[in-house]
Design a protein around this ligand. Structure first.
Ligand code: NAD
Length: 296
């Protein structure tokens, strides 16, 4: 009999599917619920148990992990008569790994406390590849004792796992992460268009750039997307648009100026308005190409 905590997993998308599969590989019993049938079939094929509702998924769980798109979905699955707080057992630990506003995490932790449920915000960075390879960075907000309890489970999902402070702190750090990633992608995209228009061999240029101070995880992970114009998501522009809203809003609240971040937020919004919201965020390249006169 396994002594590992029983896990309920809500949200089996691009990230949630491979992450939950890594828990199964590590020996955890995982019961999952998500909106798409094919994702439920995938969980079942990986050795997980499929639930017919959130209530059914969380009823016997010691730990409930959530990985849904944004604050409205976290609120939809957490609150109300069919939600996690009403149906999970008292003493359960809710680990929300979605990227949402810090305030939503703070409010959720408060509401959960009234039900005897403990909460950690634990958003991640590392993308789909990081989820598959179980090498995510996980930035956590909440109580030290809950972090210590969750750590072995998180170690089956990621490599760099840090308690950043009280509830909401993980989300604040994730917002900063998304700022850095977007600005980095934008800089790479501008370099790609500049290099191509200058007639330089792009692959050679990106290889040598990545070996110097201009190198980055973004360039390593997204180089082939740029070279092949492969914008299959990955991380959707729609989600990065949401994250740029979170970081610009949170920064305004604390009086931090983000002049470059705000500009990149506008470029992400523009790309989305042009119908590219479902593409990978490396498609920021398309925005730069359009600004530079290309018909893409
Ligand atoms: P996704 O759209 O692929 O998956 C979201 C999943 O949530 C879907 O499977 C959907 O069925 C489920 N869901 C939504 N509402 C639900 C509900 N009411 N009940 C049950 N399930 C519900 O999104 P994703 O790319 O996996 O991203 C998930 C979160 O992780 C987002 O907050 C995102 O910003 C963050 N994130 C994504 C990446 C990435 O590279 N994709 C990287 C880091 C962080």
């Amino acid at each position: 009999m396994s002594t590992l905590p029983k896990v309920a997993w809500i949200g089996l998308g691009i990230m949630g599917s491979p992450m939950s599969e890594n828990l199964i590989k590590a020996g955890y019993q995982v019961t999952g619920f998500t909106l798409e049938q094919e994702k439920l079939d995938r969980l079942s094929a990986a050795g997980g148990t499929v639930a017919g509702s959130i209530a059914e998924a969380v009823r016997d769980a010691d730990v409930v992990v959530t990985m849904v798109p944004a604050s409205p979905q976290v609120e939809a699955i957490a609150y109300g008569p069919d939600g996690i707080l009403e149906n999970a057992k008292s003493g359960a630990l809710l680990v929300d790994m979605s990227s949402i506003t810090p305030q939503t995490s703070v409010d959720l932790a408060k509401a959960a406390k009234d039900k005897g449920i403990r909460v950690l915000d634990a958003p991640v960075s590392g993308g789909e590849a990081g989820a598959i390879e179980a090498v995510l960075s996980i930035m956590v907000g909440g109580e030290q004792a809950d972090f210590d309890e969750a750590k072995p489970l998180l170690e089956a999902l990621g490599k760099t796992i840090v308690l950043c402070g009280p509830h909401g702190s993980g989300q604040t750090v994730k917002a900063a992460n998304q700022l850095i990633v977007a600005v980095n992608i934008q800089a790479c995209a501008e370099a790609v268009v500049f290099l191509e228009k200058s007639g330089v061999d792009l692959k050679a240029a990106l290889d040598v750039l990545n070996g110097g101070l201009a190198g980055s995880t973004v360039l390593t992970r997204k180089k082939d997307n740029f070279l092949n114009r492969d914008f299959k998501p990955g991380f959707r522009i729609d989600l990065h648009h949401k994250d740029m809203g979170i970081v610009t809003d949170a920064a305004r609240n604390v009086g931090a100026a983000l002049p470059v971040g705000a500009t990149v937020a506008q470029l992400v919004a523009s790309l989305r308005a042009q119908g590219d919201g479902g593409l990978d965020h490396s498609a920021l390249l398309r925005a730069v190409e359009r600004l530079s006169g290309a018909q893409v």
